[in-house]
Design a binder for this molecule. Structure first.
Ligand SMILES: [Zn+2]
Length: 482
């Protein structure tokens, strides 16, 4: 029996507001424990939450960018459960009336577009954090994160492979980064993903028993965990076993999922409308206002890169896959207008270094050892014939290591290309004198030897000779020119 996987993702995106969702406390990451707290977010009795308008602005933004319907009236609800990091005994979330519904995003999976429907986007507050890793039989609670605003973005179970899930997540993160409403940092937990996975016999429609996967803190973890879980489901069903609906944790060391708890159902939380908060009314003006602030989104920017810079779709797709990379490219092109060459350097040499140093999952290009200005300068030096393409590769490595400007390195190390006729002539003459056999072969009609002779001249000049000039000169000399 063959099985078809069915995957849906729930993403929690921490919003980049300055203050929390229902109080004025700072959302800044990394403060001393419990320093960003007040009676509201610490759950004191009798306090009243006040909704942060910015959170709603961001939710509308996300909704518009994902083609959602924005609810004219939505409501906050209490999700009741007990845990030490949740002093109120409930989390304020949205339940039956979320702010955004029925959207979609189109995701590129290996060059093919796949539409993934968005069920809903709702606003909620984050819980605090329990710290268990201390010596002794106790845990500590840090409430700095309690009340930090989140968007929960729930997809329909439209995904069929781990790869599609990874592509969807990347596209979603990219979108939120373009909107500048979430930094997308998976390691710090400001972009978190849970995956619902089930399988069903191929050709059938009824959904199988699903498990929810947690602790997926990188794109790789998401894809590996889903792959593992699909196989586990298929194995159990093939052997005639039964799956149970449960929550499972991904163990990235052992690369297995482990049962954490049987899955709770929505009714376990006793959701009810929060009596402290009024219904949220969003009128057309508000939506229009936000629509006017929408930036150029990834698809539009990709199309513009193809049209404006004449880039191949492949280049444009990679460059616009992250807002900061697209910005970096445009900064470089503004300094020196050779878009294709700059694209080649970014996608080739820069990405190679970034991969080697494992910076590719890092958030900001600002943490990469490269500056747009320097890359543009490097391409300019090649275009103006000051350095050869070959020398440029070594200059690039030095720029990356030292952070210094390419022109500085070229000047200091004397790497300028030699185009000076008399210097090149001497080199050509030397090479011809030292390789008389090859010269006669060439003159006898063996044109392949020409490349060898060019190579010898390049070698004699430590790669600094202008190859075009060498070609011209060598031809002239071999044919008896002066
Ligand atoms: Zn507070």
């Amino acid at each position: 029996m063959r099985y078809e996987p069915v995957i849906g993702l729930e993403v929690h995106a921490q919003l980049l507001t300055q203050s929390k969702i229902f109080c004025g406390c700072s959302t800044q990451f990394g403060a001393e424990p419990n320093h960003h707290t007040c009676p509201v977010c610490a759950g004191f009795p009798g306090v009243l939450p006040v909704l942060n308008k910015k959170v709603v602005d961001f939710a509308i933004k996300a909704g518009l960018a994902t083609h959602c319907h924005i609810a004219a009236s939505s409501r906050f609800a209490r999700k009741n459960y007990f845990y030490p990091d949740l002093p109120k005994g409930y989390q304020i979330s949205q339940y039956e009336l979320p702010v955004c519904t029925h959207g979609y995003i189109d995701v590129d999976v290996n060059g093919q577009s796949k539409r993934v429907r968005i069920t809903r986007i709702h606003m909620e507050e984050d819980a605090g954090k329990n710290i268990h890793e201390l010596q002794g039989d106790f845990s500590l609670v840090d409430l700095n994160r309690a009340g930090v605003p989140l968007l929960e973005i729930v997809s329909e179970p439209d995904l069929r492979t781990a790869e599609q899930a990874g592509s969807y997540l990347r596209a979603l993160r990219c979108m939120l980064q373009y909107l500048e409403i979430c930094d997308g940092n998976m390691e710090e937990g400001s972009f978190r993903c849970d995956a619902n996975v089930s399988v069903r016999p191929e050709g059938t429609a009824a959904l199988g028993t699903k498990t929810e996967l947690k602790n997926l803190n990188s794109f790789k973890a998401v894809e590996k965990a889903i792959r593992y879980e699909i196989q586990r489901h298929a194995d159990i069903l093939s052997e005639g076993g039964q799956l149970i609906q449960e929550t499972r944790l991904w163990d990235s060391d052992q690369e297995v999922t482990r049962a954490m708890r049987t899955k709770e159902f929505a009714h376990d939380y006793r959701y009810f409308p929060d009596p402290d908060l009024l219904p949220l009314i969003i009128d057309d003006n508000w939506i229009r206002e936000i629509r006017n602030t929408l930036p150029e989104l990834p698809d539009a920017r990709r199309a513009r890169f193809i049209a404006q810079y004449g880039l191949p779709p492949y280049d444009a797709g990679l460059l616009t896959s992250r807002k900061d990379i697209a910005d970096f490219f445009e900064q470089a092109v503004a300094v020196h207008s050779n878009p294709k060459a700059i694209s080649n350097w970014i996608l080739g040499d820069l990405f190679r270094v970034v991969k080697e140093r494992r910076l590719d999952e890092q958030l900001y290009i600002a943490s990469w050892p490269a500056q747009a200005q320097h890359l543009a300068e490097l391409v300019r030096l090649i275009d103006e014939g000051i350095i050869s393409g070959k020398i440029a590769k070594s200059v690039f490595d030095q720029v990356i290591d030292s952070g210094r400007a390419p022109s500085e390195i070229v000047a200091e190390k004397g790497l300028e290309q030699v185009s000076d006729a008399s210097t090149l002539e001497t080199a050509v003459q030397h090479v011809m004198a030292a390789n008389t056999q090859q010269v006669s072969q060439y003159l006898a009609g063996n044109e392949k030897v020409f490349g060898f002779l060019v190579g010898q001249v390049m070698k004699a000049t430590q790669g600094k000779a202008n190859p075009q000039k060498v070609n011209e000169l060598l031809k002239k000399k071999l044919h008896g020119g002066v």
